[in-house]
Design a protein around this ligand. Structure first.
Ligand code: KG4
Ligand code: ZN
Length: 344
């Protein structure tokens, strides 16, 4: 079965073709960074308009890369949520129209489930059950994963998501959008230990996160510190160290709690090298193996949507005719592939 994946939940248009027998056949991405940079963040209406322009040409490019035509597509998966409503509607409408024209099943995919399954696109796949740390621009979740669609959220952020915290701190330091990668680059030049920020909620039991106190600490330091390049870099370093150590502490706790032998780190913030390195150490303390998707599949992409869609389409799931995007959609609402069919 060949599945076309369409990702349009935020500021990246991602398209891919995944084959059940041959794996990933093609993937293409258009980033809207240039469109939003001058506004310092994502402008939802501009995001939707750009997705409209990009989706069909990117599908044609993917088909050409894979030497296929539209008739080879057996099923279509698109991001149904969570994300920006208008942006989601673009992917949904195009997926539905194509499905209707080609007479193929169409399925809306959960964006965070797709992030979580992205390491399955790699040769070294994690084995179920595993623990997943999902860290993106909109979500921060520690999830116990028994199998596809069998998720238990152990902890989440009570306020800002990790990526949001990176983006806001980057903005405070005068860095351009998108903040996360820029802040990582600045932090790598920063003197460690010159500033020390709190590791929020690590002294409390449980697995939840909170980044608003850390943000306030950064605001206060930026306000009082000198405005030279070395100081800015040291602040970036201290912020990143605080976030990385917070994730290390909670992930260590969750590995001990679940006894999981595999750890998956996914979502845009999972592209952060300092975080990757630290979590590798934490996992090895617990003799757990850690799986990261390749960098391009940590941030938003169509490949993870095609793969997650394939896993469910092949089990016979498909949308009803209703257009029903889910800008907010709790991960633990999901069921295992095919389970919703069994319940009908
Ligand atoms: O998963 P993603 O591409 O989109 C969402 O689903 O939100 O995540 C985007 C987030 C942004 O907040 C971005 O700043 C952050 O991931 N990010 C990073 C890095 N690369 C992307 N944060 C820290 N370090 C990075 N290298
Ligand atoms: Zn994402």
């Amino acid at each position: 079965m060949i599945v076309l994946g369409i990702e349009t939940s935020c500021d990246e248009t991602g398209i891919a073709l995944y084959s059940g027998t041959e794996g990933l056949l093609a993937h293409r991405l258009h980033s809207q960074v240039d469109t939003h940079a001058r506004y310092g963040g994502v402008v939802p209406e501009l995001a939707s308009r750009d997705h409209i322009r990009r989706v069909l040409p990117l599908i044609d490019e993917c088909l050409a890369d894979a030497n296929l035509s539209r008739t080879h597509i057996d099923g279509i998966a698109y991001t149904r949520g969570p994300g920006l409503a208008g942006a989601l509607l673009v992917g949904t409408s195009i997926a539905r129209s194509l499905g209707w024209a080609l007479d193929r099943p169409v399925l809306g995919v959960h964006h965070m489930e797709a992030h979580l399954l992205a390491p399955m696109l790699e040769v070294d796949q994690p084995r179920y059950p595993f623990l997943a740390l999902l860290v993106s621009g909109g979500h921060t979740l520690l999830v116990q994963v028994a199998g596809i669609g069998r998720y238990r959220v152990l902890g989440e952020s009570l306020d800002d998501a990790a990526g949001e915290a990176f983006d806001k701190t980057a903005k405070l330091l005068g860095l351009p959008y998108p903040g996360g990668p820029q802040l990582e680059a600045l932090a790598s030049q920063g003197e460690p230990g010159r500033f020390v920020f709190p590791r929020p909620m690590t002294d409390r039991p449980g697995f939840d996160f909170s980044f608003s106190g850390l943000k306030t600490a950064v605001v206060n330091t930026v306000r009082t510190a000198t405005n030279d390049a070395a100081t800015q870099a040291a602040i970036a370093r201290a912020f990143q160290d605080a976030v990385v150590e917070t994730f290390a502490i909670k992930t260590r706790r969750a590995l001990a709690h679940t006894g999981a032998g595999h750890l998956v780190v996914a979502g845009g913030v999972g592209a952060n090298q300092a975080l990757r390195q630290r979590l590798r150490e934490v996992a090895s303390e617990h003799r757990a193996q850690v799986a990261y998707p390749r960098l391009a599949f940590c941030t938003d992409n169509g490949a993870m949507i095609a793969y997650a869609g394939y896993c469910r389409l092949v089990a016979g799931e498909q949308d009803s005719g209703r257009v029903d995007v889910r800008p907010r959609w709790p991960l633990d609402d999901l069921q295992a592939p095919g389970e919703c069919l069994a319940a009908q």
